[in-house]
Design a protein around this ligand. Structure first.
Ligand code: THU
Length: 128
């Protein structure tokens, strides 16, 4: 099942997290309409705000390979509830119209929602 495959990929990429400062590992995996999966992890920086979240790493990897159309993204961390993406990542998901967000944790809890639920009234190109 694609959902489980995405979660498994996100979990594997979480191991690559460069979490030198927060010691909080996050993994993500994005599924393209063409069926490819790109994984990513959080990449921190001594200048803390420069840190790149796992979701944006995965999305930017895909976009830089020429992908523009997406089906879903999964995110996973060692959290009590399924890991929820930050606001900046939600905005990037909105930019690329990623319709489905699969939130997961290491215990196996999963919650799948639409991006519209996570970021209603998103700012978009239509506002420019
Ligand atoms: N982090 C993510 O990778 N994704 C999110 O949506 C939330 C936060 C990372 C950023 C930082 O490396 C660490 O988690 C703690 O905030």
């Amino acid at each position: 099942m694609e959902e489980q495959k995405l979660i498994d990929t996100a979990r594997a990429y979480r191991e690559r997290a460069y979490d030198k400062y927060s010691h909080f590992k996050v993994g993500a995996a994005v599924l393209t309409k063409s069926g490819r999966i790109y994984g990513g992890c959080n990449i921190e920086n001594s200048s803390y705000p420069v840190t790149n979240c796992a979701e944006r790493t995965a999305i930017f990897k895909a976009v830089s390979e020429g992908e523009r159309e997406f089906e879903a993204i999964a995110i996973i961390a060692d959290t009590d509830r399924p890991c929820s993406p930050c606001g900046a990542c939600r905005q990037v998901m909105a930019e690329f119209h990623i319709p489905t967000v699969i939130m997961a944790n290491l215990k196996g809890d999963v919650k799948t929602v639409s991006l519209g639920e996570l970021l209603p009234y998103a700012f978009s190109e239509d506002d420019l």
